[in-house]
Design a protein around this ligand. Structure first.
Ligand SMILES: NC(=[NH2+])NCCC[C@H](N)C(=O)O
Ligand SMILES: [Mn+2]
Ligand SMILES: [Mn+2]
Length: 323
């Protein structure tokens, strides 16, 4: 547990964040999402975190493109696009994130498309298992469930499938992605913000009894209660202390708030709902990692707004307070 007296973090040894900039777009077809991390760095995120008294360790000292690891050719398998590229990038990414957790740091990953959660959650889960003998719990904040399997996907885009790979719902070994060890139990996942879930995904959510708060529940209970219920669900049998990884897809927010993203869906979280969620999670001290993904500066006329919101959501997670 935390040795730094002033720090509230239960799972970090120090006020240090390992930041991995994942300039990767292979899990979906739109160009530009690989530019997300570069824009976030240009908006001075590192300086902002340093101002909050964090030591920042940037993976590889720069934005990661992983191009040297891309396979020479990557024909679709059935309708699944770029499985070997997505697979190898995530394998490297898992090792990079694991290294930060092993060093007692908090882990922040900036994307990049959401297929990268395969690597980030695999790496965090491995590190947390090793250091604390605990399973990782995940809060997936998203308009989408990203739990299609290679059998259920309508698009073949792997950014719509990371959860099924992490949960071991994919039958047999899938070429390029066969290194993945299931590390996420259905009872350890909570969704917040859902509003565009494919028909067969709904079936998967039901079959696996996955706790999900769609926009309907947020309307009904308010974000405050939804967060309380989320924490309660993720605290069963562990005295409210187990480690939490947040995977935040910027499209969870309403497109009028953060429009520079590849698969926007109207009716999303407000600016404050998004921030409240992360502020409240910070105050638990249980966070170990945050993914901030699907920022696509090439989409929309005001990408600087979306980038700035990505930065302020990250600061909220790491403890920026309003007073
Ligand atoms: N990470 C995302 N933005 N995912 C969108 C997924 C959309 C759709 N459900 C699909 O499987 O392709
Ligand atoms: Mn999404
Ligand atoms: Mn997503």
């Amino acid at each position: 547990m935390a040795v730094n007296g002033s720090s509230i973090w239960k799972y970090a040894d120090k006020n240090e964040i390992g930041v991995t900039c994942v300039a990767f777009s292979g899990g979906q077809p739109k160009e530009g999402v690989d530019l997300g991390p570069e824009y976030v760095l240009k908006a001075n995120l590192v300086e902002q975190l340093q101002d909050m008294k964090y030591n920042v360790v940037l993976t590889g000292g720069k934005v990661q493109h992983y191009k040297e690891f891309f396979p020479e050719s990557d024909e679709p398998v059935g309708i699944i696009k770029r499985p070997r590229t997505v697979g190898i990038v995530n394998k490297i990414l898992a090792d990079q994130v694991y290294e930060h957790i092993k060093e007692g740091r908090l882990a922040l990953q900036i994307g990049g498309d959401h297929s990268m959660a395969i690597g980030t959650i695999s790496g965090v889960a491995r590190g947390i298992k090793e250091r604390f003998q605990q399973d990782i719990k995940v809060i997936w904040v998203d308009a989408h469930a990203d739990i299609n399997t290679p059998e259920t996907t309508e698009t073949g885009n792997i950014h719509g499938m990371p959860v099924s790979f992490l949960m071991g719902l994919v039958k047999g070994k899938f070429e390029g992605l066969d290194w993945i060890e299931p590390c996420l139990k259905p009872e350890n996942l909570v969704y917040i913000g859902l509003r565009d879930v494919d028909k067969l995904e709904k079936q998967i959510l039901k079959e696996n009894k996955i706790k999900s708060f769609s926009m309907h529940e947020i309307d009904r209970y308010g974000i405050g209660q939804v967060l309380d219920m989320t924490i309660e669900h993720l605290s069963k049998g562990d005295r409210g202390e187990s480690p939490i990884h947040v995977s935040f897809d910027i499209d969870a927010l309403d497109p009028s708030v953060a429009g520079s993203t590849g698969t926007p869906v109207r009716g999303g979280l407000t600016f404050r709902e998004g921030h409240y969620l992360l502020e409240a999670l910070h105050s638990t001290g249980r966070l170990v990692a945050l993914d901030m993904v699907e920022l696509n500066p090439a989409i929309g006329d005001h990408c600087e707004d979306t980038i700035a919101i990505g930065c302020s959501l990250i600061r909220a997670t790491f403890g920026e307070s309003l007073l």
